[in-house]
Design a protein around this ligand. Structure first.
Ligand code: ASP
Length: 594
């Protein structure tokens, strides 16, 4: 028997028991003739006391950080109690010990906080995973996984695995491709999602499918993206948008309750995509705070009286003028305003400047463009922006998309600075009625906003053959957003071959290409495809949200870094020439810009 108890188990009631523990040495503290050792495993930390007699043994057989040891000893009540840990009232007086394995000096401290830099922590991820914060993340992930499965199982969903070696599934990113030696010159693609397979399962009659599944997208990484990530992927038959929203709203509430003991009361609010863009400047609004955008001028149309007939070049030249009223910030200093102006001028935001108007408590106004705005206009502007005395209005003017993105970022930044984005305050929101298509300016063609299998709304179906109306088509597509993070999204699918063909045509695919790429799906639609729809939640993101952290990396046992590399195993890497020979592949020098 290696151990009678874990390192997180012993309490004051266990005093006088003889116990055997095994674990890792976290710290060794010598005090004259006695030594204290903190012994750690994934259950906790227990203090060991090596008294005078055993201290000598330690001199002969020294132990260091991260040694794996086994000790036998007696549980004692500690005179100096530590109420920060559950085992803090007791310690083990060691009567015998054994080194099970030595450890090299670890490259960083393996404690609650560490002194290791990011690269080092990634390289020695297996050591970092010993630390309590990462253990907590792994447990949380496990709990979320369990809650999701238990909910879906009770709701009659069945889990079916779908293949990883497939043909491209478009989700808007680049595919990872896998060569095949049995089929030289041919490649599989790793799934960007199981989208087409789950739809085929509906054709096969397995309504209510789910899978907690890896998806692969070869795209530039950000804090909340990984080249391989996990989705809670679902599909249902004989459902409408409302059924899916209801089911997954319930799932979300169940998970929040099970994992974080959070109750979300009442129905989750909903907002159309258009409202989200208009009032918050993006399609995943953080509704923990209001601060709605005032659309003073949009697409060259002036909406705010204060700006009508104004002789101010910046405003006249701007396609859009958008503003936010920030509550209680009328006392912002010159320095604070200058600093914020620099903030919106950073390349990531890209504005050329920022205009402000202070709404003084006494009802007067002070703005950076007083020369152009008389008192009446200032008052009209304040009213339009819903600004009260004591507020400051920030105004951005410029190109439409740029300005909308910038005001949205500025709003989030102000929300953060004012402490309005409390991570423990969960505000879910459904965003619905997404556009079906969006115009890709670079490629000069229409692309699917969600994916090509999403159904247009019934009333917009007839617009599918009219390219000049493509921008107006709305889809049965929905996203669940929590605190400004997109947790998941899905859609009702097209289930009729002719509609799907029209959709492919709208995306610029001729019949031949559509058949070559998606013939299997079009074919399946001829054999009694039921009406169906589904959704996928980002599992890693859901975990990071519930864990109150921004990065999903902390919730993935072995993540990749920003460059998509696994620093621990050093991948991706070159392969042997013989492996390439087997595949009849030769590798060209990488292009400079890659
Ligand atoms: N396949 C979609 C995605 O990965 C989700 C869905 O439509 O169910 O985003």
């Amino acid at each position: 028997m290696y151990r009678s108890h874990t390192c997180g188990e012993l309490r004051i009631e266990d005093v006088n028991k003889e116990v055997t523990l095994a674990g890792w040495v976290q710290t060794v503290r010598k005090f004259g003739s006695i030594t204290f050792v903190d012994l750690r495993d994934r259950y906790g930390i227990t203090q060991l006391l090596f008294n005078e007699e055993f201290n000598k043994n330690l001199d002969n057989e020294p132990i260091g950080r991260e040694y794996v040891i086994q000790v036998i000893g007696k549980v004692l009540e500690r005179s100096n109690k530590n109420n920060k840990i559950p085992t803090g009232e007791v310690e083990i007086e060691v009567t015998s010990f054994k080194i099970l394995n030595k450890s090299a000096v670890p490259p960083f401290t393996i404690e609650e906080d560490t002194d290791g830099g990011e690269e080092l922590l990634m390289k020695y991820r297996y050591l970092d995973l010993r630390r309590a914060p990462l253990q907590r993340s792994m447990f949380l992930r496990h709990k979320v996984n369990r809650a999701v499965r238990s909910y879906l199982d009770n709701a009659g969903f069945i889990e079916i695995e779908t293949p990883y070696l497939i043909k491209s599934t478009p989700e808007g990113a680049r595919d990872f491709i896998v060569p095949s030696s049995m089929n030289k010159g041919q490649f599989y693609a790793l799934p960007q999602s199981p989208q087409t397979f789950k739809q085929l399962l509906m054709v096969s009659g397995y309504d209510k499918y789910y899978q907690i599944v890896k998806c692969f997208r070869d795209e530039a990484l950000r804090a909340d993206r990984q080249p391989e990530f996990t989705q809670i992927d679902c599909e249902m038959s004989f459902v409408e948008q409302e059924d899916i929203i209801q089911a997954f709203e319930e799932l979300t509430k169940y998970v929040l309750k099970e994992v974080n003991n959070l109750e979300i009361a009442g129905a989750m609010p909903r907002m159309t995509w258009e409202e989200a863009m208009r009032d918050y400047g993006n399609d995943k609004p953080d509704i923990r705070f209001e601060m709605k955008i005032a659309n003073c001028k949009v697409s060259n149309t002036v909406n705010c009286k204060a700006l009508e007939g104004l002789d101010f070049k910046v405003f006249n030249d701007a396609e859009s003028i958008l503003a936010i009223a920030v509550e209680g910030c009328e006392d912002y200093t010159r320095k604070q305003i200058d600093e914020l102006t620099e903030w919106v001028k950073r390349p990531q935001i890209g504005m050329s400047g920022m205009i402000y108007m202070k709404c003084n408590a006494d009802g007067t106004y002070k703005s950076s463009i007083d020369k152009f705005l008389d008192d009446e206009r200032k008052q009209q502007l304040a009213e339009f922006c819903n600004a009260k005395p004591g507020d400051i209005v920030f105004i951005l003017a410029g190109g439409e998309d740029l300005t909308r993105k910038a005001i949205s970022e500025l709003r989030l930044e102000m929300g953060k600075r004012l402490g309005l984005r409390n991570p423990n305050d969960y505000k879910p929101l459904w965003v619905i009625d997404f556009p079906l298509l969006e115009h890709d300016e670079e490629e000069g063609r229409w692309v699917a906003r969600h994916h090509p299998f999403t159904s247009p709304k019934k009333e917009h179906l007839e617009l599918l053959g009219q390219p000049d109306k493509y921008g107006e088509i709305k889809a049965y597509a929905y996203d669940l957003v929590i605190n400004g993070t997109e947790i998941g999204g899905g859609s009702i699918r097209i289930h009729e071959r002719d509609v799907q063909e029209k959709m492919f045509a709208a995306l610029g695919m001729d019949k031949e290409e559509a058949n070559e790429r998606f013939g299997f799906l079009l074919g399946a639609f001829e054999y009694g495809a039921p009406p169906h729809g589904g959704i996928a939640f980002g599992f890693d993101r859901l975990c990071s949200l519930l864990g109150g952290k921004e990065s999903i990396r902390d919730f993935i046992a072995f993540p990749k870094n920003n460059a998509g590399r696994d620093m621990m195993i050093d991948a991706p890497s070159k392969v042997d020439a013989s492996q390439l020979d087997d595949l009849s592949i030769s590798v060209l020098e990488p292009k400079k810009n890659n």
